[in-house]
Design a protein around this ligand. Structure first.
Ligand code: ZN
Length: 648
């Protein structure tokens, strides 16, 4: 029998599904009450309602709820050990499970108050950038009291249903570090449905006493994983028996099977290759879970509001990081927000110019404007677009140049009107398409990255919100040069990369001598060569100087002038000369970084980027230099900074 609970004007109604119709019991009946009377009584009630229903409604005409809309207790178990092995691999650990997994079935207490129906929209856990799903099967029990044998436990199972254990993976990373159980990673939603299917109904799928239900999970019609309940290492009866040790079980309690291996996004993650991952769920994604004999559930993911913030507690003994002060000469006050820097040209500036605190700009002509770059997250970008509104109301943004592919310049592009043409160099478009999904940045906010990098990463990236960002692809691409007519004003765009990234565009407004330099320029903070070659970056500095700009807007730091370009060129030459001689002297890049005297560049913010820069130069002069992942590179930078701070 297939039991269903559905919404009706008189409240939730319960019935049995025959063909495509629900034969309903009178209002007031609940599945938990029916289950309480035992398996026999449940069956008899089903037979009765088939012949003399209170009402009959077409399945297609009702809105199904979870068959048990509010279970007294939900335990979610980990019956498929292969799921745990795959998760360990995803997080960069070995496939080998520790002994305890083979000795006792794991479970956690889930949240009955967020149980939802099989076709209900599902809200993303507030503040989560990494929403995920898990395809599971749920077993519902009649009760049975405490201390059940495995055989007695088996007798208590009155039916099965599909169980989606919605999981906020980033919150779960924090739960795991707290080590007292699953909490905010798991409590936002739990789907049960579409029906409660009694065991007799599933007899055709039983092979040698084992239930073999094929399961498939897909997102937007693309299959994510498939498997079968036959591969459970622990049976439902075993976990029910285990859970009943000293604990009475009651009618309507639900046991989740744990994830059918591969039927979740997280198992497809590789933390050491973040760019290879498809990304987590986003607003509008449709998740469909199908299980043979149980039916399917299909739900649309919806964005949710930001969480109410809590203030961190002071940590005894924590060392306050030194105050960050950008000392670069500023042509305009280095204060957050909009600055008019020339006739109908504005810079949007975000102190202090460190990681993610990037600049943008606007050039207005007759009836239209060009935006140069967006910002790291939606909130920052919205703040800027609101501030620009008095200008863009009469001169709307028609084009937006993305100077390079880094998220602090691209993430906000999703907020621009679809009619805005995004312009970028071809290699930038390629990097946006193939780099890691924007929300992967939450890794640096939530993951346990070891004693040194964790603090550093929280400090640098903790203030941004990477949830709900989708990368927007450029509509117009160019190889080396591109000219725009911005309402009668010429703006020349030059790709002077690869240097900072695979392509680095600058925008020159010749009529006022303004140069938007993107991340080829960092003023008062240390440039970082993600891509190189560094000598090409020096050549880019020379090319910018030949434009003879009066005002230079760097990608990070205060608005300056050509002296700023010369300063960056000096730094890059210094890096090359130092790294080359250290390499000749036989030092590793880490030894070279450890020994360096930064001299006049020591006061630039984020001096630890010297590690990445020396590493980049070593890669250029010695192809044998071992490849470092982005996480490893950040770890070396954080360690360098910690060692320098201690020495001072
Ligand atoms: Zn940047």
């Amino acid at each position: 029998m297939r039991w269903a609970t559905y919404r009706a004007a008189e409240g939730p109604l319960v019935g049995v599904v025959f063909d495509d119709a629900i034969h309903a019991l009178p209002p007031g009946a609940t599945l938990i009450d029916l289950i309480s009377a035992g398996t026999e009584a449940l069956h008899e009630a089903g037979v009765r309602v088939q012949h003399s229903p209170h009402s009959v409604v077409a399945l297609a005409d009702v809105q199904l709820m979870a068959p048990i809309p509010r279970p007294p207790v939900v335990r979610d178990c980990l019956c498929f050990l292969e799921h745990m092995r795959n998760c360990q691999v995803a997080l960069g650990r070995s496939r080998e499970l520790s002994d305890v997994w083979y000795r006792a079935p794991a479970f956690y207490f889930a949240c009955p108050s967020t149980v939802i129906g099989p076709y209900d929209d599902v809200a993303i856990a507030p503040g989560s950038a990494w929403p995920d799903f898990e395809l599971e099967v749920g077993a519902v029990i009649a009760g049975g009291g405490a201390d059940l044998t495995v055989e007695q436990a088996e007798q208590q199972i009155v039916g099965y249903t599909i169980f989606n254990d919605w999981t906020a993976r980033d919150h779960q990373m924090l739960d795991t570090q707290l080590s007292i159980g699953q909490a905010k990673g798991k409590d936002s939603a739990l789907t049960l449905g579409p029906f409660l299917v009694t065991p007799d109904e599933l007899a055709p799928y039983c092979r040698d006493g084992i239930l073999d239900l094929r399961a498939t999970a897909s997102v937007n019609g693309n299959v994510v994983g498939t498997g079968s309940t036959a591969s459970m290492d622990w049976s439902f009866a075993e976990v029910i028996s285990y859970a009943s040790r000293g604990v009475p079980l009651y009618p309507g309690e639900v046991f989740g099977s744990g994830t059918v291996p591969t039927c979740t996004l997280v198992e497809h993650l590789r933390v050491n290759e973040l760019a290879s991952f498809r990304g987590w769920l986003h607003d509008g994604d449709v998740v469909t879970l199908e299980v043979e004999g149980l039916g399917h559930i299909r739900q649309t993911v919806r964005a949710s509001a930001s969480p109410v913030p809590l203030t961190a507690r002071p940590r005894p003994g924590a060392i306050e990081p030194p105050p960050r002060l950008n000392r670069a000469a500023a042509r305009f006050p280095f204060t957050r927000g909009l600055h008019a820097i020339a006739d109908r040209v504005w810079a949007w500036v975000l102190p202090d110019g460190g990681f993610g605190w990037s600049n943008a700009g606007l050039v207005a002509g007759d009836g239209q404007s060009l935006l140069v770059d967006t910002l790291f997250d939606a909130q920052l970008t919205r703040e800027m677009l609101d501030a620009l509104a008095p200008i863009t109301d009469t001169a709307p943004i028609r084009d937006a140049l993305i100077t390079h592919s880094n998220g602090d310049h691209t993430h906000g592009a999703m907020l621009l009107d679809p009619s805005v043409r995004i312009v970028a160099a071809e290699a930038t478009a390629d990097e946006i398409a193939h780099d890691m999904a924007p929300e992967m940045m939450a890794f640096f906010q939530k993951a346990d990255l070891g004693p040194v990098l964790t603090t550093y990463a929280r400090d640098r990236f903790g203030g941004f919100d990477f949830g709900g960002i989708t990368a927007r692809q450029p509509e117009v691409t160019f190889a080396k040069e591109y000219s725009l007519d911005v309402g009668g004003r010429r703006v020349d765009i030059y790709n002077l990369g690869p240097a900072h990234t695979g392509a680095d565009a600058v925008a020159h407004v010749p009529d006022v001598g303004v140069l938007f330099a993107g991340d080829l320029m960092f003023f008062g903070c240390t440039p970082i060569a993600w891509a190189g070659p560094i000598d090409n970056w020096v050549a880019a500095c020379d090319a910018m100087l030949t434009l003879d700009p009066e005002i230079v807007v760097p990608g990070h730091g205060p608005v300056g002038d050509a002296d700023g370009i010369r300063g960056v060129r000096d730094y890059l030459r210094f890096v090359m000369e130092y790294a080359d001689s250290a390499h000749r002297a036989g030092h590793t890049f880490l030894e070279a970084a450890d020994r360096i005297d930064l001299g006049e560049f020591a006061t630039w913010l984020d001096a630890e980027r010297i590690v990445a820069n020396i590493y980049r130069r070593y890669c250029e002069i010695d192809t044998e230099t071992p490849q470092l992942s982005i996480v490893e590179l950040f770890t070396r930078m954080a360690e360098w900074l910690a060692a320098r701070t201690k020495r001072q």
